[in-house]
Design a protein around this ligand. Sequence first.
Ligand code: 5GP
Ligand code: ZN
Length: 114
Amino acid sequence: MANDCIFCKIAAKEIPSALVYEDDQVAVFNDLEPQAPVHVLIIPKKHVANVLGLKAEKELAGHILGEVVPALVEKLGLKDGFRLVANTGAQGGQTVMHLHFHLLGGRDMAWPPG
Ligand code: 5GP
Ligand code: ZN
């Protein structure tokens, strides 16, 4: 666990959160400030800083994109579409430095993002 990492603490259940989905590698919970009717954060339980950290975690990357996302699409009723976002680094707007994919849905999405 990375020191003082809030998402490590959520994954370790040091901070109690209602998990939408959980398995041995991943936890999923509602964003504190939802930007859409469905807005969950998909995090690895292991501390990975951002998507570039997946270069060393290809099995985890495949698990998230190939298994967890499709399961959530089914569970959360997002078959008509959704947005999957990984803000990365300071210029990418990342504010929590533990990898998280935002999964947003339940409304029409605009493009371009701000
Ligand atoms: P980022 O800006 O890094 O892409 O996204 C961080 C997200 O984490 C934000 O959407 C913010 O609302 C959410 N967030 C930050 N702290 C917490 C927390 O303690 N609990 C939950 N559920 N979400 C959080
Ligand atoms: Zn962490």
